[in-house]
Design a binder for this molecule. Structure first.
Ligand SMILES: Cc1cc2nc3c(=O)[nH]c(=O)nc-3n(C[C@H](O)[C@H](O)[C@H](O)COP(=O)(O)OP(=O)(O)OC[C@H]3O[C@@H](n4cnc5c(N)ncnc54)[C@H](O)[C@@H]3O)c2cc1C
Length: 443
C-alpha cells in the first residue's frame, strides 16, 4: 500500500516537497491554512502597487492539479499526535483528522515584535497577502489623507512613513515608498506635493542589510539616501502608537516621530505550530521559537517527522526561500529512498532591490550592485514565480513600473485596511460555524 505523507504548509518548503514526490508511490495530503502558495519576496511589490496579489499567490490546488498523488486541504493544523501519527486540521468548524506514515512540517514563521505584540495594530508586518493589501491601503491612504488635510502638523504626520528594520524587506519597502512619492505620484495630487513625504528607515544595528556585509550594506545606505530616505542606524523603536513611534539611540536619548503609516519589518518568530510540535516531541527550540532539528531535518526520536524551512533551526541557516526549497526536497528524497542523510545547503546567494535599476547581490564570492545586480534580481525572481501566466503578467507589470514609473495595482479599499483589526475584535470564527467532524472522500 502507498505510504501516506502529510505535508503542512504550502509555502516554499511544503510545495517543493510535494512536487519532489510527484513520481513516487505515495499518497500526499498537503494541508495549509492559506489556499495559495505565496512568493513572499515580492510581497512588498503588492504593498506598493506594482503587482497584484494573484501574480505572487497562485492557488495551490491549481499548481498541484496534475499531480495525481497529491490532495490539497485548506485548514489550520491545530493538533499533532506523534504517537498515533495523526494530524488534526480545522476549517470553520469542520474538524478533519489525517493519518500519516511520514510528516513534513513547513509552517513557516510570522512577525516578531520582540514581546510587544500590541505594536502590530499600528505597525503591520509584511508576511501575508492580507498584510500586503492592508499596507497598500495604509500607504496610498496616507497620501489621500494628506490631500484633504490643511493643518500642517497633521498633514506632515500623514506624509511621514516609518519603516522598522533595515533587512531586505525594510530596505525594499522604504525604497519603494520613496520612489512612489518622488516619481510615481508626483503629478497626481493638487493640494499636496507627494515629493514632500518623509521616509524614515530605523535599524537597531549599526548597518543596513547586515547579512550582506559592510560594502554592499554601505552601498544600499548610499542609494537609499540618494532617494531621500532618512536612515537611522543604531536606533531602536521603543514604543508605537496610533500617532507615531518613539525611538531611542545607542546613547539612551529618546525622541518621537509623528507618523500615520508605520511598517514593521524587523524580527521573525516561528509559526505557533512549532511550539505544539516541540511540546509533543520534547524537542528544543531556539530564541525565535524554531525547532532544533537533527542533521537529516527530522526531530529527535521521530525519524518519520521532518521540519523544514523557516520553522527549523540547523547550523545557523538563514530563513530564506532556498533553505526551505532545498530542505523540502531533501525531506522528500529521504522519504522516497528510505535512507536518512545529512542536509547540505547549497547557498545560491542573496539579493535585495532598493529602487528601479538599483539592487545589491551577493553570489558566492561575487558582490554586485547597481544595474547588474538589479538585472540579476529581475531574472531570478521571474524564474521562481510559479506558473507561465503569472510570469508573463509580472513581466508586463514590471515593464509598466520600471519603464514608465506607473503602477497598475493602486486599488485600495476600506475593508483591506480595517479587516484584520475588525476580525480580531469579533473573533476569526465570525459568524460562528456549525461544528462538524469530517473526512474527505475520493470522487
Ligand atoms: C516580505 C518577505 C520578503 C522575503 N524576501 C526574501 C528574499 O528576497 N529571498 C529569500 O530567499 N527569502 C526571502 N524571504 C524569506 C522566504 O520567503 C522564507 O524563507 C520562505 O517563505 C520560507 O518558506 P517556508 O515554507 O518555511 O514558510 P512559508 O513560505 O512562510 O510557508 C508557510 C506555510 O505554512 C502554512 N501554515 C502555517 N501555519 C499553519 C498551520 N497551523 N496549519 C496549516 N498551515 C499552516 C502557511 O499558510 C504557509 O502556506 C522573504 C520573506 C518575507 C516575509
Amino acid at each position: 500500500m502507498a505510504k501516506k505523507v502529510v505535508i503542512i504548509g504550502s509555502g516554499f518548503g511544503g510545495l517543493f516537497a510535494a512536487q519532489a514526490l510527484r513520481r513516487e508511490d505515495v499518497e500526499i495530503t498537503l494541508i495549509s491554512k492559506t489556499s495559495h502558495h505565496l512568493f513572499q519576496p515580492l510581497l512588498y511589490q503588492v504593498a506598493t502597487g506594482i503587482l497584484s496579489e494573484g501574480v505572487i499567490a497562485p492557488s495551490t490546488r491549481e499548481v498541484l492539479r496534475r499531480q495525481r498523488n497529491a490532495r490539497v486541504i485548506l485548514g489550520e493544523v491545530t493538533e499533532l499526535d506523534l504517537t498515533s501519527r495523526k494530524v488534526t486540521s480545522q476549517l470553520r468548524g469542520a474538524t478533519t483528522v489525517f493519518d500519516y506514515d511520514h510528516l513534513i512540517v513547513a509552517a513557516g514563521a510570522g512577525q516578531s515584535y520582540f514581546g510587544n505584540d500590541h505594536f502590530d495594530a499600528f505597525a503591520p508586518g509584511l508576511k501575508t497577502v492580507d498584510d500586503a493589501l492592508e499596507l497598500r491601503g495604509r500607504i496610498f491612504g496616507a497620501f489621500e489623507m494628506a490631500e484633504v488635510i490643511s493643518e500642517p502638523r497633521e498633514r506632515n504626520r500623514q506624509l511621514t512613513f516609518v519603516v522598522v528594520g533595515a533587512g531586505p524587506t525594510g530596505v525594499e519597502v522604504a525604497g519603494q515608498i520613496a520612489e512612489l512619492s518622488r516619481v510615481t505620484l508626483r503629478r497626481d495630487f493638487r493640494s499636496v506635493d507627494p515629493g514632500d513625504a518623509r521616509v524614515v528607515l530605523v535599524e537597531g544595528s549599526s548597518q543596513v542589510l547586515g547579512a550582506f556585509g559592510q560594502r554592499l550594506g554601505g552601498k544600499a545606505k548610499h542609494e537609499l539616501r540618494k532617494l531621500g530616505v532618512e536612515v537611522l542606524l543604531s536606533t531602536k523603536v521603543v514604543d508605537v502608537d496610533v500617532m507615531g513611534v518613539e525611538l531611542e539611540d545607542a546613547g539612551g536619548n529618546r525622541w518621537r516621530i509623528e507618523s500615520a503609516c508605520k511598517i514593521w519589518a524587523a524580527g521573525v518568530q516561528a509559526a505557533p505550530l512549532a511550539k505544539v510540535l516541540a511540546d509533543q516531541a520534547g524537542a528544543e527550540t531556539d530564541r525565535a521559537g524554531r525547532i532544533k532539528v537533527l542533521p537529516d531535518l527530522t526531530i529527535p526520536g521521530h525519524p518519520e517527522v521532518f521540519v523544514v524551512g523557516d520553522m527549523m533551526a540547523l547550523d545557523q541557516l538563514p530563513g530564506v526561500a532556498q533553505v526551505a526549497i532545498q530542505g523540502g526536497q531533501h525531506a522528500a528524497k529521504q522519504i522516497a529512498t528510505g535512507e536518512h542523510t545529512p542536509f547540505k545547503y547549497f547557498d545560491k546567494g542573496s539579493m535585495a532591490t532598493i529602487a528601479r535599476f538599483s539592487a545589491v547581490a551577493s553570489i558566492g564570492k561575487v558582490r554586485l550592485s547597481g544595474y547588474p545586480a538589479w538585472a540579476a534580481w529581475l531574472f531570478i525572481h521571474l524564474l521562481y514565480i510559479i506558473g507561465f501566466k503569472s510570469q508573463i503578467t509580472a513581466l508586463l507589470h514590471w515593464l509598466i513600473a520600471f519603464l514608465t514609473s506607473g503602477r497598475s495595482e493602486r486599488t485600495i479599499t476600506r475593508q483591506q485596511i480595517a479587516a484584520r483589526l475588525a476580525l480580531r475584535a469579533v473573533g476569526e470564527n465570525y459568524p460562528p460555524p456549525a461544528p462538524i467532524r469530517t473526512q474527505p472522500k475520493d470522487k
